[in-house]
Write a protein that binds this ligand. Structure first.
Ligand code: CTP
Ligand code: ZN
Length: 158
């Protein structure tokens, strides 16, 4: 029997490149699955690659999400900025990085976060939520209606 292989076993496997689509890079490990959830990646029918615990100079260990055939809406990018403020967005066209930018928190976040205060008017009547962004590391928000401050796990996307 010839059990010994002549070919060396590969020592490194990288997450494969995509052809056209979006790569969300430098996501913290903790935020990776949240981003996948927000983008409803379970409904995609083209290739989706999710990696975690990848070595990174910038964030220690990082997560990465690659979505073939999809561009994100500005609202989706705002949501990613809230839970992964250090993420980089790469638009891939014909295998090349056509555009690279850091996600950026807007000055105001409208409609995408729920107020943590149960008696806030936005939780009692059909009023669109609106928060002032006070800081980005950690992300901290203030409700313009009830002035409730929210950060970290208080920030629940609608
Ligand atoms: N990428 C990909 N498919 C391609 C091209 C790039 O999936 N066809 C991914 C790379 O794996 C990388 C990200 O897109 O995770 C950005 O690519 P690139 O700018 O080439 O990598 P870096 O220089 O490492 O990026 P940065 O400087 O932002 O860390
Ligand atoms: Zn409120």
């Amino acid at each position: 029997m010839n059990m010994g292989s002549e070919r060396p076993v590969p020592q490194e496997l990288n997450v494969s490149a995509i052809r056209n689509g979006t790569v969300i890079d430098h996501v913290s490990n903790e935020a990776t699955f949240k981003v996948a959830e927000i983008l409803r990646l379970e409904q995609e029918d083209q290739m989706v690659l999710v990696g975690m615990n990848l070595p990174s100079k910038q964030v220690g260990k990082k997560g990465i999400i690659k979505i073939e055939g999809r561009e994100l809406t500005p609202q989706e990018v705002d949501k990613i900025a809230l839970i992964a403020p250090q993420a980089t967005l790469n638009i891939i066209k014909d295998y090349r990085v056509a555009e690279k930018r850091k996600v950026q928190l807007p000055d105001r976040v409208e409609g995408i976060v729920r107020c943590f205060n149960p008696s806030c008017v936005t939780n009692r009547q059909s009023v669109t939520t609106c928060f002032e962004v006070l800081g980005s590391s950690p992300v901290s928000l203030r409700c313009i209606y009830c002035e409730r401050l929210m950060s970290g796990p208080d920030i629940i996307l609608r």
